[in-house]
Design a protein. Sequence first.
Length: 110
Amino acid sequence: MISYFTSRDMIYSKIEPGKIIADTRIGLFDGVMSHIMTILYAMCRLGLGNIPQMKSVWNILDSKPQTDGKYILEATNTKKAILMDKPEQPNKWVTLYTLLAQKEKSYAEK
């Protein structure tokens, strides 16, 4: 699974280099393997947050808007039985997982 993502610089098409095929909206984990938050958190937990292939993922995350230090939820799975989180609002869970990924990345730098 790791080589699947690293061989295409995490979020790009293997067939069409430069074409982003991952969902780059910030959302909660909903089972979609190509969701940027799933890729980001998983790779950081594996200690691979600093590999060169992750640069574009971190650049996208750095470009995301924040409100009072919280990341904004950009996407939700509308098929959930209960929608507890509203899109386009600051979200504590998205912020938590982003900060955990950043923490894992900083551990890997040491």
